[in-house]
Design a protein around this ligand. Sequence first.
Ligand code: SF4
Length: 280
Amino acid sequence: MVKYKELELIYSSFMCDKNCPYCTAKITKWPIRQDCLEKLEEKLALLKKENVRFKYFIISGNGEPSLNSYESLKIIKDAVNKVNIFDEKRLQSSGNIFYEDDKFNLLKDDFMIEITRCYFDSKKDMEVLGYKRDYIKTSNFNKANNIRLNYVMLQNKSFDEYLEEIKMFIDRYPNIKTVSLKTLNLNTFDGNINNPYSKWILNNGLTKKDSDKIIEYMSNNAKFKCKDEKFFDRYEWIYKNIPITFYVKKLDYGYSNIVYYGGELVDYHLQPIKLKKEEL
Ligand code: SF4
């Protein structure tokens, strides 16, 4: 068997109800393509035939995935349930999914829902990430029993403040089952800092050059659990049984990931993938 970390399905639409100043979609500006979701099941079956498995299947977007149609989400759900080569499934969301009952109900039992915040305080979070509705107060948010929090670390806070906020999230929202500490990617497509989003990150965010400081602080202040740089490129700490993970990004971006984009299996440079050969 050949094990990969993620198969990430990226919708081509740039529709989004947030306006994050570090928007990865706007930095990389992938060309718009037809999503061709009808080819997904066939591509998954091909991977299965090649004896490939993944830790995660992730529905993502160059925008907010849940702004795409119910029918398209159902095609994806049915395909990944049928060709089940995934240990876990996740949906990344701006928070919009919590306002769309039909889409929420379609996915909530099978998919962990990922939210991304840079503040515990919703008002501050809405100001920085440019959105208008406080999704964390919806009844659907409370009904979701499997939430992953992506916590974006900004330069205007100390490490003590990051950890304090993370503990507040975990204490206040028992449906948060895992927390991922996020540094921001300046430009995963061609590395150029030639756009306002990458410049904002340089001035306001933590990037992979801050990894060692983050690891040192967390290891001194939280219970350390595991380090698996070879496959996951990740550290993990535990607070009240909740894992707080950190992807170190020491390996090439997207190492051990495959992307489904426009009906094709590609890498993060949109080049066709060549499957790894090693047995795990
Ligand atoms: S939620 Fe994602 S797609 Fe939307 S603005 Fe933020 S980073 Fe960009």
